[in-house]
Design a protein around this ligand. Structure first.
Ligand code: COA
Length: 176
């Protein structure tokens, strides 16, 4: 049996001081999104997302891209999706920041972009599953009891491989 070392699951190098641009995702971005989410999924921080699921939901995603800088190529610095679950709820999902770009406000900026889109759509609330409770609290979310989840969240959960032993935290942000 062959074991993959974590070091072999890497993301392309980008310069931490590279100029950044933000935009919505396009289909050619699927590989880079898959790679960055796969990097953190391999480290137990989030759930893996298949290329086919990313293709189906590509219009959900906001990106921050690093431009080529200091001899290093450009690449994906961060990604976050806003996925509509029902007329009264959307989920912030697939949030991942490049390991060289953490702690610089990009995660908060991407969640804020999803929040703006949710407000424009007229949504009253945002939902997230996460292991990063403190980060989401900084983004205005609060923890909720799993017993009180929106029924549409449960129907998504039943398709998840970790349904029987989920230890993610459920968080909500009312948009008032
Ligand atoms: C968690 C993650 C999205 C945070 O993004 P980031 O760009 O590093 O965070 P930011 O710089 O935007 O931080 C925003 C705020 O949250 C705080 N914060 C960030 N990560 C935190 C953590 N792990 N624990 C506590 N606070 C945290 C910051 O201190 C900052 O606080 P401030 O508002 O007082 O300045 C990012 O580190 C990441 O991709 N982690 C791995 C994948 C993951 O866990 N994804 C989430 C799946 S739901």
């Amino acid at each position: 049996m062959t074991f993959l070392s974590l070091d072999s699951i890497a993301v392309p190098d980008i310069h931490p001081q590279a100029p950044l641009v933000t935009r919505k995702a396009r289909l050619p971005d699927i590989e880079a999104i898959h790679e960055l989410i796969g990097y953190w999924a391999a480290r137990g921080q989030m759930l893996v997302r298949s290329r086919s699921l990313l293709a189906e939901t590509i219009r959900d995603f906001h990106l921050v891209l690093a431009e080529p800088h200091g001899g290093k190529p450009g690449g994906l610095a961060g990604v976050c999706g806003l996925h509509l679950l029902a007329a009264d709820l959307a989920e912030v999902r697939g949030l991942a920041i490049h390991p060289h770009m953490q702690g610089r406000g990009l995660g908060k900026q991407l969640v804020a972009a999803c929040e703006r889109e949710a407000r424009d759509l007229g949504l009253p609330a945002l939902f997230a599953w996460t292991y990063q409770q403190a980060f989401f609290e900084r983004c205005g979310f609060h923890r909720i009891d799993k017993a009180n989840l929106h029924p549409r969240v449960w129907s998504e959960c039943q398709r998840c491989a970790f349904f029987e032993n989920c230890n993610e935290i459920a968080m909500l942000r009312e948009l008032g």
